[in-house]
Design a protein around this ligand. Sequence first.
Ligand code: ATP
Length: 214
Amino acid sequence: MRQCVGILGGTFDPIHMGHLRLAQEVAEAVSLTQVLFIPVGEPPHRPGPQTSGRHRAQMVRCAIQDNALFAIDERETQRTGPSYTVQTLRELRHELGPQTPLCMIVGADAFLGLPGWYCWEEIFTLAHVVVAHRPRSELTTLPVALAEQYGVRHRAQAVQLQNSAAGGIFQIPITALDISATDVRARLQRHLSVKYLVPQGVIHYINEQQLFKG
Ligand code: ATP
């Protein structure tokens, strides 16, 4: 089977079922051979995470350990300075070679913010962008610059992403799970359960390390 790699970057503070279903459903729809979860080190576009890169990476590890399709890539938490996605994609493109399809997976909220990312247009020369629906984030009105890119790059079928290494945008409706790490943190702070929102192994790690407690 031809290699086709997906990456899911995120704060993962903590990782939750929304992230895992996103990765699983995109992997199945696009026939990805692997999904790399990449915890961000210092996010340039948002406030810093509450927990360290080491903890967030460990929570990702707990969450994905039983899924052979999933792997963790810790390059961003190990890098100093802000984590620019384009830098990670440049490195991955170099490692994978020019032919291997590479898909950057984002939720609708992240996609809408894409024009604010450092060197965002270069991303399309390095990877496809697969955008998944997310409750509360409408893709009906895109920022102008993004709508222009969407107009030229939209691919109607997932299989079209296999025919080139980068440059397409594919939209996918996934199971709508209105889960966010912000809500998970708020529950933990109030000493409420996050059972069924977060994998059990991650809950165990959070409790053991006393993370997110108010
Ligand atoms: P926070 O609430 O702290 O902002 P988050 O839950 O949005 O965090 P991130 O780690 O920032 O999680 O998200 C990483 C990626 O996963 C983003 O592309 C985001 O759009 C996507 N994502 C997160 N949760 C969901 C969800 N429930 N459904 C679809 N996509 C999601």
